[in-house]
Ligand binder design. Sequence first.
Ligand code: GTP
Ligand code: SPV
Ligand code: MN
Length: 609
Amino acid sequence: MNVNDIKHAKLKKWILDFAELTTPEQIVIADGSSAQYDELIASQIADGYCVALNPEKKPHSVAYNSDPSDVARVENRTYIASKTKEAAGPTNNWIDPVALKETMTDLYRGSMKGRTLYVIPFSMGPLGSPIAKIGVELTDSIYVVLNMMIMTRVGTKVLDLLGTDGYFVPCYHSVGKPLAEGESDNGQWPCAPLEHKYISHFPETREIWSYGSGYGGNALLGKKCLALRIASVLARDEGWLAEHMLILKITSPEGKSRYVTGAFPSACGKTNLAMLIPTVPGWKVETIGDDIAWMKFGDDGRLYAINPEAGFFGVAPGTSLQSNYNAMKAAEKNTIFTNCAVTEDKDVWWEGIGYDAPGPVIDWLNNEWVQDKSNKDQKPAANPNARFTAPAAQAPSIAAEWEDPKGVPISAILFGGRRPKTVPLVHMSHDWNHGVFLGSIVGSEITAAALDLKVGTIRRDPFAMLPFCGYHMGEYFQHWINIGKAAKDQSKLPKIFYVNWFRRDENKHFIWPGFGENSRVLKWVFEACEGTAKTVDTPIGVMPSIDAIDRPEGVTEAQMKELLEVDIDGWLAEVADIRENHYPKFGDKLPKELSVFLDQLEANLKAAK
Ligand code: GTP
Ligand code: SPV
Ligand code: MN
């Protein structure tokens, strides 16, 4: 298909105008066919951008190494360019949209020289679903085309759906590395220096302009840019929720199923929870989604969630057959690996894969790397934010209904993060608004999923949406409160929980074994939804009684007590920090309800002291 065959006049003009600005050699439409995918992969292998993996180990799969400067999202180069700074709020980088468009237009001028402009028509959500949104990404990165083909629903069928005048979210992307006459990348990952990178969102006009990075959420624009930052604005305006959440289905030994979503910050365990294999006998967990949930009320007054994505862009390090069997299976074929190590027999390897490196490997920096377990300071062979891009349908745990256009009804919402202290294994809110309070105060240790932040330090990451909310976070809190008010029947709203798998002992070891053992907590959550859970009231909310959750192997009675205890002084320090450093940021946009909950929490803690 040729660009001139496009029947949507506005779309065609938009493509041709961008081509005129960026001056690519040619324009190619991503038609969504496997023939085109294979052709593009073959060209990438031939040009040295990636290596073909051993078909006996990882059929139909490749491994890329990115530029060392382009390995994760760049939060300090990510912009919400609303008309006013106030609309973007205190937690987003704001730039004036007019000035930004001027700057970026200059950067885009000639930026695709020597390259091909690919047109990627994509649908977030099952094609034609009333909840789905269509976007079109223009990019000069074949890596982006290939990843989008796994992560979203791409192709001419999307153009058919658009017809002659359908609505699409326009998304520009360029790696920002024009080629001079006769110049080639020589297989090097193309990108621009940090100061030229821009991941920009125009919430009022629903546009995305990305420049300079080829990696993950910076470049696969359906994901964080459309499905979270732009969608959060649409959701606010249209009365639904666009969230950084996994979606799972849990089934009890009696055969009763419930659906649970969970918002944890980047690299804090969503993919793992969505795919876990329960250690509690008789229970079953299946996967609907691992990163993003769009939730709307159904006619029955319940909140229904869909996964707008079609693949997993999962963290590789730490993923093993023991920790996440389903992810390993999902990524055993038809997968793109990025910044993993490659073994001599052309398989991938990473830290925490469950076995030692089988001989020397080529590390993510393209150097030979020999494992030295005596050297605790050895640099890792895989980048800590190395990822696999795998089709969701390949996970053995995928639920039959994962593409149901009406979504699945949600019984429980979990919030969480990495907290070495203070926050217990699990507690439940008293009601929806109290749950909104819990979401608003979430904090977490920073992980390698963003480039420009100090790994390990704790920051507040409300609703795990700090880097992904397209508007004022105070208004976002209010929107959550409004959704609760809009429920026809309060008793049908999901129950809200705050979980923490990441408590550490004095030797910095995790106290809770996590992964499959998290099913013990999911079981309690399930029982709380049924009204059969053993609970105690505490100053912070409703908690399991000490015998409510069976102790996993390796956790002592004293440790279990510690995991389920309310650390009064720790929580008082938490309250003080929220009061001094967190809530004041939102000014008069902070919903009154939330400061009342904070006062109440402080009073409860003082009374218990
Ligand atoms: P994004 O894709 O960045 O949004 O991350 P995510 O929230 O899906 O995180 P993921 O499940 O990929 O986990 C990130 C890292 O945390 C991996 O190295 C996991 O092995 C580790 N992890 C996940 N769950 C647990 C857990 O229950 N306990 C411990 N200790 N580590 C976990
Ligand atoms: C995250 O950082 O939350 C991710 C990875 O899911 S990325 O797609 O790069 O944003
Ligand atoms: Mn994520």
